[in-house]
Design a protein around this ligand. Structure first.
Ligand code: UD1
Length: 327
């Protein structure tokens, strides 16, 4: 199913200069009036096209948020503190951004009568008790970050039930792609950097843990679907339905880069989730979303990007049939 075009709308993307947000802005900017609210704590100005309005401010600041959201039709809420480890160290600080500020966003949307699409996470499932995990599985997060996303996810759906606001929560699995950078950037960008430098590729634990890696251009397409669906007041898994072990991933990245890096093992990460994989049937049937980018071609978009920053890095993820175009 083709992704419906979104045009002539006033749209706010919170966290719009960040990894996922900036790819979404790229897809929306040509045909809409796009505003980005970002405090640039981890976002990057060079990732933004020229024709968007940038409001430099914090999503926790009601005045900045009000200014950014005035008159919008649609809000994509991607501003967050994404580090699970930081949420363990500083639960109140991450709660302020990930939950309290999210409630401000939902309230602002209510005032503007704007549709809201929020970034939820597979973290809401904790150690999933079934695989692949459907949206009906138990919500049992194992970190403050997961608790905050679970509450946001529930609030988002509640705003549809209580106030008739069209809302959608998207539960991202392991998102990767160009522009993923910084200290908490995910295993794919870490391995690619290590392989490029011919340094050891460091697997934590035995490497038999598995993840559902979903390319950022697929995540953008899921957002565009969520922005137009009639099936609101719902949460949807955003993954591929395919799991890959970390060991397979290390080998695939070493091959893709032509690197001579050794693959080494170190201590497993404390509290690591063993297996994570999405049951994608609800997103497929109700949202019309199916991921298109396979892991090997997706990894090529990371390897082929010019580095962590720069506008070109993520603009055209792929050129083959599984192209990373957003439509
Ligand atoms: C991911 C998300 C997180 C979300 C969680 C939900 C990312 C970056 N993080 O965390 O926001 O809450 O899913 O389940 O997408 N690993 C190595 N070597 C490395 C780095 C990582 O072996 O150098 C291993 C880790 O131990 C882990 C796996 O790779 O087993 C994935 O790690 P990571 O990319 O940090 O993501 P998650 O922990 O799955």
């Amino acid at each position: 199913m083709d992704t419906p075009a979104i045009r002539d709308q006033a749209i706010l993307v919170t966290g719009g200069a960040g990894f996922i947000g900036s790819h979404l802005v790229d897809a929306l900017a040509p045909q809409n009036e796009v505003r980005v609210l970002d405090n640039f704590s981890s976002g990057d100005r060079t990732h933004l096209p020229d024709d968007v309005t940038v409001i430099e401010g914090d999503v926790r600041d009601p005045i900045a948020l009000q200014r950014a959201a005035r008159g919008v039709d649609l809000i994509f809420h991607h501003a967050a503190l994404v580090s699970v480890a930081q949420s363990v160290d500083e639960p109140r600080q991450s709660n302020r951004t990930n939950l309290e500020a999210s409630l401000l966003v939902l309230e602002q949307a209510r005032q503007e009568d704007a549709r809201v699409v929020v970034a939820s996470s597979a973290a809401v499932y904790g150690h999933p008790d079934e695989l692949p995990v459907p949206e009906t599985a138990g919500i049992d997060p194992t970190s403050p970050y997961g608790v905050q996303k679970a509450a946001l996810d529930r609030y988002t759906r509640l705003y549809e039930e209580l106030y008739d606001l069209p809302t959608v929560a998207l539960r991202y699995f392991n998102v990767y792609g160009p522009r993923q950078q910084g200290p908490y950037s995910g295993v794919i960008s870490t391995f690619v950097e290590q392989a490029r430098a011919d340094e050891p590729i460091t697997i934590e634990g035995d490497g038999q843990q598995s993840r559902d890696f979903v390319h950022v251009s697929d995540v953008v397409r899921a957002n565009l679907r969520a922005a137009t669906t009639d099936a609101v007041g719902e949460a949807y898994n955003v993954g591929t339905g395919t799991r890959t072990t970390i060991e397979e991933l290390a080998e695939t990245i070493r091959d893709a880069t032509g690197s001579s890096s050794p693959i080494v093992h170190r201590e497993p990460r404390a509290g690591d989730i063993r297996h994570s994989g999405a049951d994608t049937s609800k997103a497929s049937y109700e949202l019309g979303f199916d991921a298109r980018i396979g892991l090997e071609s997706g990894i090529r978009t990371v390897v082929g990007s010019s580095g962590p920053s720069g506008r070109d890095a993520g603009a055209t993820p792929d050129t083959n049939r599984e192209s990373g175009s957003y439509s």
